[in-house]
Design a protein around this ligand. Structure first.
Ligand code: FAD
Ligand code: NAP
Length: 383
């Protein structure tokens, strides 16, 4: 471990330029999604992290989309433009590395409206119509706005001034330095969807999964996970981990850490994905941990292997009595993954278990959960 004084301060302005070692599709044979396991070398960097932290990655935009924007605007790509950091770069490089060329800023909408002399989007820009504007822009990208008014012309510098700065994306670390020194592993689901007749991809997930190779520098740094931490290995506090989909990432790091440190408390993992035969991420690793006692119980939910959806919260409820007995023994309950749908439903299941198996009213169960939160026995890392 590097000591605190020798640790280089990698951050947004001074990221580590790491290189990928390997990548492996975790959803081989599944048509519905592409989720990748990535291993990235930290060799020689002394970059330090703890399971529960995230790796912040500064991605690059899709070069095909960059080219389409450049040609739509009649540029060559070689025009000098300022970057958000007020440096100078050629337009193609700036659009690839520095600016958001997917999600449009309201400034761009406004500028196109003014230049086109069009009233199409004028109402949407009223200050009291934020929700309508956001609905209109949902699924639309910069290129769609340009195609809507093909006659509008910009100067290169003017155009980049209407774009937002490209920002980092966070990925939960899926490995432990105690087990895999000099490496950081990630579990990355490629964001893909169709809107307005075009196939779209998330910037960073598609870059990491599909457009980098072993020679591509990956600008990155660690952001600490606020309180998403394992108990000390010599404590016998049980842990329950709930990580469907890419939410599994921090728990793989937890398992590696627990095995390396010989942690004492019991551990129960809930994992959910769409199909058991194509999406059982890290299956062999869980089997090893179950064999050597690093993991005591694995409960899985496969959402699309039968007619009706089965999710992890259904499995929590099915095992409610045992779940409650772990909670009563002081278990820490960790939840990681989708914030929109999964986390609220898992929260409801937790309340139901406390009500049913703890013989409490709705208000008492809510107070119990509040106490778990304040005692940091219920920790969430959801996105
Ligand atoms: C603490 C933390 C940890 C995380 N850990 C992980 C992890 O371990 N693994 C992981 O894969 N991700 C993780 N994420 C999410 C990750 O940071 C990125 O948000 C994710 O990879 C998408 O980024 P992107 O650049 O690929 O997509 P973006 O380019 O950011 O695109 C996403 C955007 O696309 C649009 N969009 C998406 N779907 C649709 C649709 N159907 N219709 C219209 N528009 C749509 C939305 O505007 C959405 O915000 C984590 C996030 C946080 C905050
Ligand atoms: N649009 C994209 O292409 C895309 C790609 C990657 C990630 N994402 C977003 O990124 C986040 C994480 O995605 P992910 O790939 O890690 O997995 P995910 O989408 O969260 O899916 C993992 C598992 O959770 C299930 N699930 C869906 N709703 C649930 C609920 N209410 N409660 C419990 N489980 C539920 C899914 O089932 P079902 O899917 O069968 O319902 C699936 O079996 C999500 O917000 C997701 O929307 C989107």
């Amino acid at each position: 471990m590097p000591d605190a004084t020798s640790k280089p301060a990698f951050n947004r302005k001074n990221p580590l330029l790491a290189k990928r070692l390997t990548s492996r599709l975790l959803t081989e044979g599944c048509d519905a999604k592409d989720t990748w396991h990535l291993e990235i070398s930290l060799c020689g960097s002394a970059l330090d992290f703890t399971p529960g932290d995230s790796l912040a990655v500064l991605p690059q935009n899709d070069p095909a989309l960059v080219d389409e924007i450049i040609s739509t605007l009649g540029f060559s790509g070689e025009e000098p433009v300022p970057t958000p950091a007020k440096e100078e770069a050629l337009l193609r490089k700036a659009l690839t590395e520095n600016y958001v060329i997917t999600t449009p800023d309201k400034k761009l909408l406004k500028a196109i409206t003014e230049k086109a002399g069009s009233t199409d989007w004028q109402d949407l820009m009223e200050s009291d119509r934020k929700a309508e504007l956001s609905d209109y822009l949902w699924g639309r990208e910069v290129i769609d706005l340009l195609h809507a008014h093909p006659d509008v012309q910009f100067q290169p510098e003017e155009f980049v001034g209407l774009l937002k700065k490209l920002n980092v994306r966070l990925y939960s670390v899926a490995s432990s330095l105690a087990s895999r020194p000099d490496e950081v592993h990630l579990t990355v689901a490629v964001v893909e969807y169709e809107s307005f007749g075009r196939q779209r991809q998330g910037v960073c997930s598609s870059w990491l999964a599909e457009r980098i190779d072993v020679d591509t520098p990956i600008p990155c740094f660690i952001t600490p996970g606020k309180g998403f931490r394992l108990p000390q290995p010599d404590e016998d506090t049980p842990i329950i981990m709930c990580g469907p989909g890419t939410g599994i990432a921090p728990f793989r790091a937890f398992m590696q850490e627990r095995q390396a440190t010989g942690a004492l408390g019991n551990a129960w993992l809930f994992f959910g994905e769409i199909h058991e035969n194509t999406c059982h991420f890290y299956k062999e690793e869980w089997e090893t941990y179950l064999d050597d006692g690093t993991l005591n119980k694995l409960t899985t939910a496969w959402s699309r292997d039968q007619e009706e959806k089965i999710y992890i919260q259904h499995k929590m409820l099915e095992h409610g009595a045992e779940f409650w007995s772990w909670i009563e023994k002081g278990a820490i309950f960790y939840v990681c993954g989708d914030a929109q749908r999964m986390a609220p439903d898992v929260d409801k299941a937790l309340h139901s278990i406390i009500e049913e198996h703890g013989s409490k009213s709705g208000e008492e169960a809510a107070a119990y959960v509040k106490e778990m939160l304040s005692e940091k026995r219920y920790r969430r890392d959801v996105y």
